[in-house]
Design a protein around this ligand. Sequence first.
Ligand SMILES: Nc1nc2c(ncn2[C@@H]2O[C@H](COP(=O)(O)OP(=O)(O)OP(=O)(O)O)[C@@H](O)[C@H]2O)c(=O)[nH]1
Length: 606
Amino acid sequence: MVTMRRARLLCVNVRNFSIIAHVDHGKSTLADRILERLGAMSERDKRDQTLDTLELERERGITIKSTPVRLTYTRENGEEYTFNLIDTPGHVDFNYEVSRSLAACEGVLLLVDASQGVEAQTIVNAYLAIDSNLEIVPVINKIDLPAADPEGAAQELEEVIGIPASDAVFASGKAGIGIPEILEAIVERIPAPSGDPEAPLKALIFDSFFDAYQGVILFVRVLEGTLNPKDQIRLMNAGKNFEVDKVGTFSPGLVVGQSLPAGAVGWVAAGIKDIQDAQVGDTLTGRERQTTEPFPGFKPAQPVVFSGLYPTDTEDYRKLRDALEKLKLNDAAFSFEPETSEALGFGFRCGFLGLLHAEIIQERLEREYDLDLIATAPAVVYRVTLTNGEVFETQNPAEFPTRDRITTVEEPYIKLSIMLPEDYVGPVMQLLQERRGSMITMNYVGKRVELLYEVPFAEILYDFHDRLKSISRGYASMDYEQLGYRDGDLRKVDIMVNNEIIDALAVIVHETKTYGLGRKIVDKMADVIPRQMFPVPVQAVIGGKIIARATVKAFRKDVLAKCYGGDISRKKKLLEKQKKGRARMKQFGTVEVPQEAFLAVLSTDE
Ligand SMILES: Nc1nc2c(ncn2[C@@H]2O[C@H](COP(=O)(O)OP(=O)(O)OP(=O)(O)O)[C@@H](O)[C@H]2O)c(=O)[nH]1
């Protein structure tokens, strides 16, 4: 009883929170400022954006993995508080992870850039927080900017999301304004965690990573009960049992501790070898004393975008497989299986949460594992009902059945939310129409507009974001969520190079777009395939019928022609450049097809 009261008392002085914001609204800068204020970082250790750990994150300026940090805040009256700041990923590909990280908190700081106002991701993130019943502390950030309109931004928050403008804290992460007010708001407004430390264990996994020595390290929020070393635990959705080896907290590194009582945020090592067994969103409970209900809303990691990855050098197949296995150790959302292509040989069909996730994995394979890859155009998962009644899902256009075998095809749809100045509504609506979107609603927020659309996922996969940005001069922002499947009149377009079908170049398109896309692909390919001693035809074909054709003209381009004799070092450079350009090619008979050609379908010039 005494220990229980002590644990409860400890909880009273705990605040678990997260910072959410639209991309670039200053989340990392503010988090750094808070860390610095609470002494979590010495000046010497200080680096920009401390919470972003992966090298790639730093380079791309985005947050992929959530890294929590435990801080101590002492109020002016001497009262001490433990803050657990849980970072969330900043991209729609990882929205499920965001929602799990939020479920580990009691409140959030919702940042809004005072010069930009509410953006699409502000809204989506705010709703994720509302769905998790979190207390929202609105922070109007970057008030140091000359173009800042803090009152206007606060007003927008009230209008769009219903958060009272008077609740807003005005701040600047960069100039260090408003930090004491934010720290006080965290104590005053965000509730302390509740939960009985004596109840059967119930903890939520909100992230995990693989450690070569300790196995999978789970990041958990204990909701009920207490987690101790040597406890026998059970992962409820995975249905597997383990024994706890160590528990601890974050500082920001892993610090070993005694136990994690209800309300705590920390990590657990339990000799788990496979990250598939320890998925984000699963509930951890006692093996003997089980909680009656797992944490709701568990979703196993589900790839939605697929692409074939092939080594340019067939000798590298094993190396690629080993690298994929290593990456998978740390990423339950990533999947791969062997695949063969007539054109590309042996490779792997890989599944990702979205295009950014795909790019990250590909970049890591090339950079960390020194592999040269050919990637086929990303595709979504289609659901096909065959004339014999059989239903199957395919994410590989090369496998798509011929029309005479198909009764219906369904494709995934998303709910797309776009925030933009009213001046650009016309052109953006036109873009959405080109992408087969249908409007759900349109709301005016002052001089800006929120558009909600239903759009086939495949239509926004490639270049939609770039187009949206260029049409709106950078002012429009977007976010989306998966909606489910809808019927679609879809066709497979094959591409032939030098009269041979290259299976890995096949794409699935809507019936109304076959000709346009076919044209675009063959033109682009004719552009990027190096000239040969003979003309090479490139054709787009549907079920044997040619719908577009282009020709790669004869004669190899002589890169030295420009160097009127003379400068030998310049000659060398050019030859070197040509060699590099060639590295990522695949030989088809006598024709070499470069990586660019495989992504011709993605090219943005419409
Ligand atoms: N003037 C001004 N600039 C700021 C402030 N806070 C951040 N910035 C700048 O805004 C840009 C984005 O800041 P970040 O902290 O990286 O933004 P973020 O929201 O973490 O970005 P993601 O991790 O990509 O979501 C950087 O160039 C910062 O220097 C601020 O208070 N005032």
